[in-house]
Design a protein around this ligand. Structure first.
Ligand SMILES: [Zn+2]
Ligand SMILES: [Zn+2]
Length: 382
């Protein structure tokens, strides 16, 4: 990457960082990105996406998709550098970095459009943080004719120039539950006349903690956390109802299903004992980010040409890129974006990405897109 191009991309990232927009409100961000992409002469597809958009370089099959998310978080930024956000939202997950690298990749790929062995589809995805953006893209035909999709998340605990990758799960399946227990309220002195919703809730919470320790293989990882209980308001009344909520994380589609089934059984089997009724609500949350077992080793090897590639443990956070991987093969990497020992984590109000990480992210898109176009051109002809 030339020095001028690097400087231009760093300035673009700073501009985007200074003007963050939260999920489903990325209107100015979308306008800015669209203008940049159409100034490059790249065609933008007609869709009904309210925010975000899809564009294409090249012609015909195969089609390889590159995805960057564009939304920010409702966090007040505490960084003090000059391009820090002042509008109450913040690119605290580094999606400013993701979209800038895709602009950079688009520019480099457009310059060699004549030699492309197919089509590169650029997906500027909205609303990742609320787990709806990937579904919107899919509903708008974003994966039509696509052979494979590539994405990444910046990762502050790897250095610029490093890429973390692994086959199968790289980010967790996230489940969010809320359980409401209802019964008959009564005097604390006569529990036999009413329902002890407090004891029903705490019994379920206790029993739920046996799911992972007693029913999941010791060689499989999973997490179950109850983080919020709301029941009752005073000392001498048994409350009529209450609820608790929390989350589960897992790393394979099978374990995820097992956890949901086991949790449902524990919750539904307990209330009888207390003469209570129960209702479970599941949030709309991403399934496991599951890297394709054929393409991931190829991208792992190929990326060594321009980066230090390391095998990483999966992260316990979730990512809606998983929705694409449920439909087609996909590879999702972690790209080093800071690497300092005291680097703030994702979603922190002092989260900071280093510009020096940009060239590796751009190359990850460009080099692997070209590589997969050739790969699928060959395998589809054969
Ligand atoms: Zn995030
Ligand atoms: Zn993110």
């Amino acid at each position: 990457m030339t020095k001028d191009f690097y400087t231009k991309l760093a300035e673009i990232r700073h501009r985007i960082h200074a003007h963050p927009e939260v999920s489903e409100n990325e209107f100015e961000t979308t306008a800015f990105l669209k203008e940049y992409i159409s100034n490059l002469g790249i065609r933008i597809l007609e869709t009904e996406l309210p925010t975000g958009f899809i564009a294409e370089i090249g012609h015909g099959k195969p089609v390889i998709a590159l995805r960057a998310d564009i939304d920010a978080l409702p966090i007040k930024e505490r960084n003090t550098f000059e391009y820090a956000s002042k509008n109450g939202a913040m690119h605290a997950c580094g999606h400013d970095f993701h979209q800038t690298s895709l602009l950079g990749a688009a520019e480099l790929l457009k310059a060699q459009e004549g030699q492309l062995n197919g089509t590169i589809r650029l997906i500027f995805q909205p609303a990742e943080e609320v787990s709806v953006g990937a579904y919107q893209v899919i509903e708008n035909g974003g994966l039509k004719d696509v052979s494979a999709i590539i994405g990444y998340h910046n990762y502050p605990h790897l250095k610029p120039g490093e890429i973390g990758l692994r086959s199968k799960a790289i980010m967790a399946a996230v489940d969010k539950f809320k359980v409401t227990i209802s019964g008959v309220s009564g005097h604390a002195a006569r529990p036999d006349f009413g329902t002890d919703t407090v004891l029903a809730i705490t019994t379920i919470v206790n029993n739920a903690q046996a799911i992972i320790s007693r029913t999941v293989s010791p060689f499989e990882s999973a997490v179950l956390s109850v983080t919020h209980i709301d029941v009752g308001s005073t000392w001498n009344v048994m409350p009529e109802s209450g609820y608790f909520e929390g989350t589960m994380r897992s790393f394979s589609p099978e374990t995820r299903q097992h956890l949901r089934d086991a949790f449902t059984r524990v919750v539904e089997n307990t209330p009888d004992q207390f003469n209570a009724s129960v209702e479970i609500e599941w949030g709309r949350t991403p399934t496991v980010t599951f890297n394709d077992e054929i393409l991931t080793p190829l991208i792992f090897e190929h990326s060594k040409q321009f980066a230090k590639v390391v095998e990483v443990e999966p992260l316990t956070i979730g990512e809606d890129f998983a929705a694409y991987q449920e439909k087609i093969p996909g590879v999702f990497a972690l790209i080093g974006s800071n690497g300092d020992a005291d680097a703030a984590d994702l979603h922190h109000d002092t989260f900071t990405v280093k510009d020096e990480a940009l060239p590796t992210a751009v190359q990850y898109f460009v080099e692997n897109a070209l590589y997969l176009l050739d790969y699928f051109a060959k395998t589809q002809k054969a």
